[in-house]
Design a binder for this molecule. Structure first.
Ligand code: MN
Length: 262
């Protein structure tokens, strides 16, 4: 059993160190992680400059790129001849709930694993009174052990969040919805030019069954994800739009209206 461990908080993050250590008794652990913090780097892939991988110590490698870069370099390069059975990401400093998974470098590393047909799990820790990365790492170990025993399906893609307080249990959830009160703070620099900070306190819809609800009720949340973002219900209810789109002259005079593709 080989497990690739990465994160978006950087190779020196406490959560990564504890997660890798917790998994060592059950697998050969290889760490490939960004050389600095890459939080909110989303599913970004570096294509416009070369990447370097530096061996930090045995089985630990730092990459000057994003978590997605790390997974790529690991599964298509470093571990090409000895691919991992599982990719885990984290333990992230801070939660990744609801739609925030789309910003998250931690979760995107698991997305990337999934795109290469490896099972992936993202772990994130709520920061607050009682938060213990070591207790969460222990629980992550237990969860991974159970998942390995179950056979690790290739399409396994889980987003796990640990509450700060000692958990009441583990709940399987769906992604919650943030009704974000995201604000943009505008200020002036010493030269009188404007600059901006994206800030704000997230607010969430109170709905049962969501990761937000379960987490705030003190549970570890496990949300199965997939990368098929198709809105199947939307396909069903698009009849009126389909008719309107059918009336658009798409196939005629295409040669005259064609723009060079981007
Ligand atoms: Mn992070």
């Amino acid at each position: 059993m080989r497990i690739l461990v990465t994160n978006d908080d950087g190779i020196f993050a406490e959560g990564l160190k504890l997660l890798a250590a917790a998994l060592e008794p059950i697998a050969d652990v290889v760490v490939v992680a960004p050389d600095r913090e890459q939080s909110a780097s989303s599913h970004s892939l570096t294509l416009n400059h070369p990447l370097r991988m530096k061996r930090v110590r045995e089985h630990w490698y730092a990459v000057d790129g994003t978590p997605t870069d790390c997974v790529n370099l690991a599964v298509q390069g470093l571990l090409k001849e000895c691919p991992p059975d599982l990719v885990v990401s984290g333990i992230n400093y801070g939660l990744n709930l609801g739609g925030d998974v789309t910003y998250s470098g931690t979760v995107s590393a698991a997305f990337e694993a999934s795109m290469h047909h490896f099972p992936g799990i993202a772990f994130s820790q709520e920061i607050g009174e009682g938060a213990s990365f070591s207790a969460s790492a222990e629980l992550a170990h237990d969860m991974v052990r159970v998942l390995i025993q179950g056979g690790l399906p290739k399409d396994l893609l889980l987003n796990v969040n640990f509450p700060a307080a000692r958990p009441n249990g583990i709940e399987w959830t769906r992604l919650g919805k943030r009704t974000y009160r995201q604000t943009v703070v505008e200020k002036l620099d010493p030269k009188g030019r404007k600059y901006y900070w994206i800030a704000g306190t997230p607010e969430w819809e109170e709905e049962s069954g969501t990761d937000y609800q379960a987490l705030t009720s003190g549970f570890v949340t496990v949300t199965p994800l997939h990368l098929d973002l198709t809105d199947y219900a939307g396909l069903e209810r698009s009849d009126k739009l389909r008719l309107q789109f059918d009336r658009l002259n798409v196939s005629h005079d295409a040669s005259q209206s064609a723009e060079p593709s981007a």
